[in-house]
Design a binder for this molecule. Structure first.
Ligand code: ADP
Length: 557
């Protein structure tokens, strides 16, 4: 068998530390830094989007103004001068520009003329009311305020902006109201004359069904076509102070807008609004924070797990170190006792002071027994260190286990009975030959029998059973000794482990025997187990697989 390199406990501990603590901790630190940067970046992105939106609204408003003022320019250019301002001329304008609902003209000397779309005046009573209202309101207002209005418009012209004064003109439409834009301009006749004021009212239906939808689609496609594809920006127009959209671009899905802008120049009383489709900037930020916190929580859990794992590994290491130091004192004691006994008896023999031949025999026997004990202990230690270093080589040969068990225990039986034990051996006939390492198997059996001897008090009984059980061969060593508490049963196979019972401590031992048995049995593809009741006794069972044991043994050769 090729010597196997095995990781020692320290390497395992270092790896545990690295993988379970250092790596997650490093990941946590990196993630935190990344997270902070990301938050900073996210805030910056949020601010940039806000800025972008403000910019888009500014540009969009300009484009909308440009369009509406271009329409107004057409009308203004065709408007009659005060001398020509009569119903006929105004009606002509209305028929050329069907998007106008009403037009009017005011001259301080000649008074106020207003006309409304003739075809609607015929059909629509509400429209007739609206026209009458406008005529009344317009006349009253301009006769008082026309100077103010004219000054404002002239001031705008001087500033280089479109010379129009707009006014929100809401009109009733059934249960609701509709928005119309009343746009006024100055019409100068001859220099020196007081300026006249012309006006037009853009029709509500035209604005809401044609002008605003067209203009929104065009500004969206011109200004927002390059936005992020997963969250497209969408726009709408609503009345100031209300949230319900008057007109919205395609894909508007409700919810609060991110940025708004009042369209004071051309459409006072209306607000242009923009948002991200399907989400809000706040929700985007929150989603990022949520994911980050989840990752942080997962990493923290991993770290906590790593710390627990390391704590357990360190405790195990410490326990092992304690066990090792116990082992050293136990082993040195165990080595010294037989050696001093052998020396003592050898010296006595050398002096030739013994009288009877029986005494000689007894001394020889004690010396043989003690040296056997010494050999067994040294063999255990050597075997154990070879296994630990991965240098143990097994010599698997087809073996009759019945004969192996009998031969191993034959030389031992005398000793067992000498100690006052009842010894019972049950070996079944149907046990098939298995490929095992004879010496290693014999050592395992001796370790179990030796323990049965050591850990029995008044009820001195040792039973050894060998039989076939389905697919395996079982070798049992039974005693009626002190037994092992339930919670210790899985630990007794650990190296250096000894049950913390005063009875055990008064018995010589190194804590290596059962660990060795387990190593050997595992190398044979088998398992060793224990059933025990404190005060009643124990049963150790080695189970070797019949078929796999053979093949494993064969392949190991
Ligand atoms: P030791 O050299 O201490 O006997 P082992 O590895 O053989 O080392 O056994 C480990 C521990 O298991 C022993 O210290 C003892 O506490 C317990 N033990 C082993 N065999 C028996 C048994 N037959 N009855 C009771 N306790 C046992």
């Amino acid at each position: 068998m090729k010597p196997k390199r095995r990781w020692n406990e320290r390497t395992r501990l270092i790896l545990t530390l690295e993988f379970a603590v250092v790596l997650p901790a490093a990941a946590l630190v990196i993630l935190n830094v990344w997270h902070l940067n990301q938050i900073r970046r996210d805030r910056a992105v949020e601010a940039a989007i806000q800025r972008d939106f403000t910019q888009v609204l500014h540009i969009s408003e300009k484009q909308i103004n440009h369009k509406v003022f271009a329409l107004a320019d057409d009308v203004r250019n065709e408007f009659p001068t005060s001398g020509e301002a009569c119903a006929y001329n105004l009606d002509r304008i209305l028929s050329s520009y069907p998007y106008l609902a009403h037009v009017f003209f005011y001259n301080p000397d000649k008074g106020f003329v207003a006309r409304s779309q003739p075809f609607r005046m015929k059909q629509d009573a509400a429209f007739r009311n609206e026209a009458a209202e406008l005529a009344k309101m317009g006349e009253g207002w301009l006769s008082v305020d026309h100077k103010d209005v004219a000054e404002k418009i002239i001031y705008l012209e001087k500033k280089g902006v479109p010379p129009y004064y707009s006014y929100p003109y809401w009109v009733p439409r059934g249960e609701t109201k509709a928005y119309q834009a009343l746009v006024m301009f100055v019409k100068k006749d001859k220099s020196g004359d007081e300026p006249s004021i012309g006006g037009m009212v853009f029709d509500a239906d035209y604005l809401q069904k044609r002008f605003f939808p067209d203009v929104l689609e065009s500004v969206v496609s011109r200004n927002l076509a390059e936005g992020p594809s997963d969250h497209q920006a969408v726009m709408m127009i609503h009345a100031k102070g209300e949230s319900y959209p008057l007109v919205a671009s395609e894909g508007w899905d409700g919810g609060p807008p991110e940025v708004e802008r009042n369209m004071e120049a051309a459409f006072p009383g209306l607000t242009l609004a923009i948002k991200l489709k399907g989400t809000t900037l706040e929700a985007l930020g929150q989603r990022f924070v949520r994911t980050s916190f989840m990752i942080l929580a997962a990493l923290s859990l991993l770290l906590a797990g790593g710390i627990v794992l390391t704590y357990r590994s360190v405790s195990k290491e410490m326990a092992l170190a304690r066990l090792k130091s116990d082992f050293v004192s136990n082993v040195s004691h165990e080595l010294r006792t037989p050696l001093s006994l052998i020396r003592l008896y050898a010296e006595t023999l050398e002096m030739g002071r013994l009288t009877s031949p029986e005494k000689y025999q007894e001394y020889y026997r004690i010396m043989r027994k003690e040296s056997e004990r010494l050999t067994a202990l040294i063999n255990n230690i050597l075997d154990f260190s070879r296994i630990e270093a991965g240098r143990k080589e097994y010599d698997f040969r087809e073996t009759d286990l019945r004969e192996l068990v009998r031969n191993t225990l034959d030389s031992y039986r005398y000793q067992i009975e000498q100690h006052g034990f009842d010894y019972e051996e049950k070996i079944a006939d149907d046990v098939p030959p298995l490929r095992v390492d004879r010496e290693a198997m014999a050592r395992s059996l001796l370790n179990l029998v030796n323990n049965a001897l050591k850990y029995s008090q008044d009820r001195k009984y040792i039973g050894v059973n060998l039989y076939r059980d389905n697919g395996s061969v079982k070798l049992e060593v039974v005693d009626h000794g002190i037994g092992i508490p339930q919670q210790e049963q899985c630990k007794v196979f650990d190296k250096f482990y000894r049950v913390g019972d005063p009875l055990v401590h008064n018995t010589k031992g190194s804590g290596l025997g059962l660990a060795l048995v387990r190593y050997i049995v595992q190398a044979h593809g088998g398992v060793v187990s224990v059933e025990s009741t404190p005060g009643q006794g124990s049963k150790f069972t080695i189970a070797l697989p019949v078929s796999s044991g053979l093949s494993r043994a064969a392949s190991a050769q």
